[in-house]
Design a protein around this ligand. Structure first.
Ligand SMILES: *[C@@H]1O[C@H](CO)[C@@H](O)[C@H](O)[C@H]1NC(C)=O
Ligand SMILES: *[C@@H]1O[C@H](CO)[C@@H](O)[C@H](O)[C@H]1NC(C)=O
Ligand SMILES: *[C@@H]1O[C@H](CO)[C@@H](O)[C@H](O)[C@H]1NC(C)=O
Ligand SMILES: *[C@@H]1O[C@H](CO)[C@@H](O)[C@H](O)[C@H]1NC(C)=O
Length: 385
């Protein structure tokens, strides 16, 4: 019986090949478990018949997303061997979106018009996710990495001897800020935090309130370190003993008696994502972050602060771009207070009372992508508010 079954399987296999039926296209993404948001991800495919330079793999999170609700996509021709029907692509990192990722491979035959009515920044149609041929397994953050606080950023609070720290978790479990001056850790104290969030119904329009743009933002935790001596280096971490701690960061406390003020003032930063999305994301924003970090290194123990004056992440209703943004600025914002004020790309919408006339002409008054300032107001908390 056993050997007969093997014989039949072999016979079937041979017959299939002889009939010229193509082998199934495979899509494999590794690692399946991420231990942090700085891990590189490899996407491999094989057995793709008659490859086209327009074939693409789309990125999803959560895996329950519809085919058209991709976060973005990569053309397979980014791999030198794409024309053989097999190849691999690498993503340098993916932020923790508090849900697993999944990847799907689609055909786009040469000359075929996309049925997607949405256009990219050049006016070209986005992929229509119609000819799906393979789906990957899920890529998830391991439990410890998923619970670890992310997107840590500092800001001045109202009193000069305070410093606020804000961070994101996927759950509302209690978290603290544990902080103290350099020296024995026994002297560190804990500041309590409170968590807040927002829901899809708080968005005022498309794409922010639509399945294409909406992703749950997680919970934004906020705690204030108090009684800080001026101009001194403090260390801190955020989290809890049961759910895990962030790495330990440090900053120079505010000194209102200081004779010099060192500030980085700029606007319009944006964020970069390592795949094509609904519009171009600026690669240059990575250089800006590197330059600021280089200058902070040179400043050493001198206090400084950041003023990012409007047009912050350019998420414009595509929620996960905010996650990319906060991951991108974390090396700066976890060590230097990072201040913002709102720009038209966080706020402007026809139903909003504040309307710059120039934005009405350029963007139809829809430059906030339906966010109406809500993600901005929850994700940051500025002094004097
Ligand atoms: C990722 O970040 C962690 C600290 O959060 C660090 O220990 C590790 O070396 C980094 N890994 C890579 C591949 O950069
Ligand atoms: C891959 O195809 C896309 C879409 O046609 C094109 O824009 C891009 O230049 C191609 N890239 C390479 C490396 O050939
Ligand atoms: C998004 O908001 C617009 C404007 O209020 C509304 O017409 C539309 O139905 C909303 N979409 C969803 C999916 O709720
Ligand atoms: C600021 O300058 C004044 C006058 O030179 C000096 O007395 C004071 O100590 C300086 N303060 C700080 C914090 O460096």
């Amino acid at each position: 019986m056993h050997s007969m079954a093997v014989f039949l399987v072999l016979l079937h296999f041979t017959a299939t090949l002889a009939a010229g039926e193509p082998a199934t296209t495979t899509l494999k993404v590794t690692p399946a478990t991420l231990t942090g948001s700085n891990r590189s991800i490899t996407i491999q495919w094989s057995n793709l018949p008659s490859p086209s330079p327009l074939d693409y793999v789309a990125v999803y999170s959560p895996p329950s997303s519809g085919d058209l609700d991709y976060l973005g996509f990569l053309f397979l021709n980014g791999s030198a061997s794409w024309a053989t029907g097999a190849g691999s692509l690498t993503l340098p990192r993916l932020p923790n979106l508090r849900a697993p990722y999944q990847f799907r491979l689609f055909r786009w035959p040469p000359g075929e018009r996309s049925r997607n009515p949405r256009l990219d920044q050049d006016g070209d149609p986005l992929p229509d996710a119609r000819r799906r041929v393979a789906v990957s397994g899920e890529v998830s953050f391991e439990a410890a990495a998923a619970a670890r606080p992310a997107q840590v950023h500092l800001a001045f609070a109202d009193a000069p001897d305070e410093m606020r720290v804000v961070f994101v978790c996927g759950d509302t479990g209690a978290r603290a800020v544990r902080y103290g001056p350099a020296g024995p850790r026994e002297e560190w104290e804990d500041a309590a935090t409170e968590a807040r969030t927002y829901e899809r119904r708080h968005m005022c329009g498309y794409p922010a309130n639509d399945s294409v743009g909406w992703r749950h933002p997680g919970f934004v935790f906020d705690g204030v370190m108090k009684g800080l001596q001026p101009g001194r280096r403090y260390h801190y971490k955020v989290g809890s003993d049961s759910l895990g701690w962030s790495e330990t960061y440090s900053f120079i406390s505010r000194d209102i008696e200081a004779n010099e003020t060192i500030a980085f003032l700029f606007g319009d930063l944006g964020t970069y994502v390592p795949y094509n999305t609904y519009f171009r994301t600026p690669y240059e924003s990575l250089s800006t972050v590197r330059w600021i970090l280089r200058d902070l290194e040179v400043l050493g123990d001198k206090a400084a602060f950041i003023s990012h004056i409007g047009d912050i992440s350019y998420a414009k209703g595509y929620a996960w771009l905010w996650d990319h943004f906060f991951e991108q600025i974390e090396p700066i914002a976890s060590r230097t207070p990072y201040h913002v004020c709102i720009g038209n790309h966080e706020y402007d919408w026809p139903s909003q009372p504040w309307k710059p006339s120039w934005a009405a002409n350029i963007y139809n008054g829809k430059d906030g992508g339906g966010e109406c300032g809500v993600p901005y107001s929850i994700k940051f908390r500025m002094p004097g508010k």
